[in-house]
Design a protein around this ligand. Structure first.
Ligand code: GLA
Length: 499
């Protein structure tokens, strides 16, 4: 693909508006489908026009996209190396860019919510203040700086303009889309191809730069997704398999109206879960030394996927009762069980940047956290077979069970998400659950397409009518800006260069 000029791309896209298909419009239709081509061509045209206003001297441009996602099953399992089943959505971020030679990144966003950011590629890159959108771009470059293949070329810098239609703070992975988009463009602009799978691995940990200790689900699906499919992702080693979805059903993301920004309060709530899982691994290893002395110690709970681990967890309840004689573990108790001083428990397992993970009153509920991991793993394992048989009801049941487990055992739901799930099921959803990190954000529901209009109306009337949006005090985005409530999600392809 040769480098194009913004002006000529705009003219091609305009010709499409007047009725003639052009190479540019055909390219867009190949990504979004014919039905979406007109609207999507309009988005690209507007972005390119903005580019011309902001960078009038730059002629040679490239254009990239990276999608958001909804997760259908496998919540908070990725950082334990357990599988997930997300799908990329058509909502995406777009970026038009040109390369520079001065190691400077000048990035603009068409939305005024996100001010212009410029930084020099001198490593390590010091982050902007927490919550700044520029940190997601810096996270990409910081991650790429560790790659010999990228070091010399991709780090030459770029000028870029970004626009997007993934609502921020909704749990649909807009921030990861920005990480993926920046990295894909930074590499593509200089012809560096390290393969999407290795890039997913690099960016999964690269995003820890912003402070959330996520796994690799969002990056992997934003990169590797295929149109009309969900993606079954295994992490050890990273493998992604497209899974076809029953065409008669649609997936609807519904916003609870509770904001869930990764950079805000949700960050500590989120990071507490991986910390609890690290503690659970230590307790499991302690027990294994007694009940299965020949078994290799686990590094992650996902180690239970090994043939040996599968034998031990065949009866999950018995495994949990044996390994966790208590429901809750205080730091004091853990120090006794693991024979490690309390201060070391805190430093080894409960670090979260400067703050540290506070100990909840009564201790960490490790048994139920581990139960969520085991039951969620089993649901993800059963899902492809159920989907292959076209058993939509069976899949809906897995989604419903997953929500109960997320709410009761993993405690990542909130009253609004629970209520929204209840309303969605009343409105005819075969399955409905929270999606993503939780603590607010969206639910995802599986709905028969024929009943879609009625379903959306039911949610408007029974959930949204008269309900205000709530966000963190002072956070941007909820300052009166209307929140997009309902998004019908079509399974989309992963990140790519468009032009
Ligand atoms: C966030 C993280 C992911 C994953 C989900 C929960 O989106 O970025 O890695 O842990 O939460 O499943």
């Amino acid at each position: 693909m040769s480098v194009g000029r913004a002006g000529s791309l705009i003219r091609e896209l305009e010709r499409f508006r007047d009725g003639s298909a052009t190479p540019a419009s055909r390219r867009i239709a190949s990504i979004y489908g014919d039905a979406q081509a007109t609207a999507q061509c309009g988005r690209y045209r507007a972005l390119l026009a903005r580019w011309l206003e902001l960078f009038p001297d730059e002629r040679a441009v490239q254009v990239y996209r990276a999608p958001g996602r909804v997760n259908l099953l496998g919540e908070h399992t990725d950082y334990n190396g357990l599988p997930v089943l997300p799908m990329a959505i058509q909502r995406d971020l777009l970026l038009v860019c040109a390369s520079r030679t001065d190691s400077q990144v000048c990035i603009r966003n068409v939305s005024e919510e996100f001010p212009a950011r410029e930084f020099k590629l001198e490593f390590p890159l010091s982050p902007y203040e927490a919550g700044d959108w520029g940190n997601y771009c810096k996270a990409s470059y910081q991650a790429l700086s560790g790659l010999p293949a990228a070091r010399e070329t991709a780090l030459a810098g770029m000028s870029a303009v970004v626009s997007g239609d993934i609502p921020p703070g909704a749990g649909l992975s807009s921030s990861t889309a920005l990480v993926v988009l920046t990295a894909t463009a930074a590499l593509g602009l200089h012809g560096v191809d390290i393969g999407k799978k290795s890039l997913a691995g690099v960016l999964a940990t690269g995003e820890h730069y912003v402070g959330t200790r996520g796994g690799g689900m969002d990056q992997t699906v934003s990169l590797l997704a295929e149109r009309e499919h969900a993606l079954l992702v295994n992490f050890v080693p990273l493998e992604a398999r497209p899974i076809s979805l029953p065409g008669a059903f649609a997936f609807v993301a519904a916003h609870s109206l509770v904001e869930a920004r990764k950079s805000g309060k949700a960050r500590l709530a989120y990071n507490t879960r991986p910390a609890e899982c690290r503690l659970a691994v230590a307790v499991v290893n302690h027990a294994l030394a007694h009940i299965a002395p020949a078994a290799a110690p686990l590094e992650l709970l996902g180690g239970l996927c090994s043939p040996e681990g599968r034998k031990l967890t065949r009866d999950p309840q018995q495994f949990l009762d044996t390994v966790f004689p208590h429901e809750h573990y205080t730091v004091e108790m853990l120090a006794g069980v693991l024979a490690i001083p309390p201060a070391e428990i805190r430093s080894r397992f409960l670090g979260d940047g400067d703050a540290g993970i506070p100990e909840p009153e009564g201790g960490f509920p490790l048994k139920k956290r581990c139960r969520h991991q085991l039951t969620e793993w089993s649901r993800v394992e059963r899902a492809p077979g159920i989907l292959m048989q076209g058993d939509a009801e069976g899949f809906g049941l897995l989604m419903n069970e997953s929500h109960s487990s997320c709410a009761q055992d993993y405690e990542i739901s909130c009253p609004e998400l629970d209520e929204l799930v209840r309303v969605a099921r009343d409105a005819g959803a075969l399955g409905s659950r929270l999606t993503g990190a939780g603590f607010g954000g969206c639910t995802v529901s599986m709905v028969i397409r024929e009943g879609l209009a009625g379903f959306l109306l039911h949610l408007e009337e029974d959930y949204y009518c008269g309900r205000p949006a709530t966000g963190e005090a002072g956070s941007k985005g909820y300052s009166g800006a209307p929140v997009e409530k309902l998004i019908v999600c079509e399974p989309s392809a992963g990140a790519c260069r468009v032009f």
